[in-house]
Design a protein around this ligand. Structure first.
Ligand code: C5P
Length: 221
C-alpha cells in the first residue's frame, strides 16, 4: 500500500483545491472521486435514466465503464472511453451525482476503482467516504469543512469567474440540500471518520489549510 491521505467533507469545502496542492507538494497522485460520480451521473443524464428507479439504475451501471488518466497532474475521467472532464462541472451534474451516489451498484463500481488506485500509489484522495469506507487504513485522514455560507460564496465566485450566471442564495440552498442527501443516505454516508482530523477552513486561506495538512503528514511519518 502506498501512503494514503484521505480528505472528506461537504460540497464546496475546498477539498479538490487543497488536495491538488498537497499532492503537488508531496509528489503524490491526486484522485478526485467526485469526478467519477459526476461522470456516471452524466451517463444517466444523457440516457435519460430515471434515478428514482433503483433497478433501472443498477442495470444501467453494467454498461458504464469509468477509468481515469492524467494530463500532466490533471485528472481526466473517461466514460466508456470518452474524456468527459469538460461536461461534469455543472450544478445539474453535481446534483444528479449526489442522487445517483445513493445507489449501491454505483458505489461498488467506483469503490473498486478507487481502492485499486490507492493500492499502487501514494495518493491524496478526496470525496465523502474515503476515510470511512474506501481507504479505512489511510495513514492520514482529514475532514475538511466550512460554514454553508462560506462554501456558497466560494462556489459563487468560482462560477462567476467561469462566466456562469448564478444566484448565491440558490447555490447555498443547493449545497445544503446536497449535504443533507449525502449525510443521510443509507450506504457510505458523509461523516467524519473517528480517526480523522477536523479542519474548519471558514477563516483560513488555501495556503494555510494545505500547509497544515502537509505538517500533519510529516508529523505522521
Ligand atoms: O465532490 P463533488 O461535488 O464533485 O461530488 C459530487 C457528488 O458525488 C457528491 O455530492 C456526492 O453525492 C458524490 N460523492 C460521493 N462519494 C464520494 C465523492 C462524491 O458520494 N467519494
Amino acid at each position: 500500500m502506498g501512503y494514503n491521505i484521505a480528505i472528506d467533507g461537504p460540497a464546496g469545502a475546498g477539498k479538490s483545491t487543497i488536495a491538488k496542492r498537497v499532492a503537488k507538494e508531496l509528489g503524490f497522485i491526486y484522485v478526485d472521486t467526485g469526478a467519477m460520480y459526476r461522470a456516471i451521473a452524466l451517463y444517466f443524464l444523457r440516457k435519460k435514466i430515471d434515478l428514482t428507479n433503483e433497478k433501472v439504475v443498477s442495470i444501467a451501471c453494467e454498461s458504464i465503464d469509468i477509468t481515469i488518466g492524467y494530463q500532466g497532474k490533471e485528472q481526466q475521467v473517461y466514460l466508456n472511453g470518452e474524456n468527459v472532464n469538460s461536461f461534469i462541472r455543472t450544478e445539474e451534474v453535481g446534483k444528479l451525482a449526489s442522487i445517483s451516489a445513493g445507489n449501491r451498484e454505483v458505489r461498488m463500481k467506483l469503490m473498486e476503482l478507487q481502492k485499486a488506485l490507492a493500492q499502487k500509489e501514494n495518493v491524496v484522495m478526496d470525496g465523502r467516504d474515503i476515510g470511512t469506507y474506501v481507504l479505512p487504513k489511510a495513514q492520514l485522514k482529514i475532514f475538511l469543512t466550512a460554514s454553508a455560507k462560506t462554501r456558497a460564496k466560494r462556489r459563487f465566485l468560482e462560477l462567476e469567474e467561469k462566466g456562469t450566471e448564478c444566484d448565491i442564495n440558490e447555490i447555498e440552498n443547493d449545497i445544503i440540500e446536497r449535504d443533507k442527501r449525502d449525510m443521510t443516505r443509507e450506504i457510505a454516508p458523509l461523516k467524519q471518520a473517528v480517526d480523522a482530523i477536523l479542519i474548519d477552513s471558514s477563516e483560513m486561506t488555501i495556503e494555510q489549510v494545505a500547509e497544515s495538512i502537509i505538517k500533519l503528514y510529516y508529523e505522521s511519518k
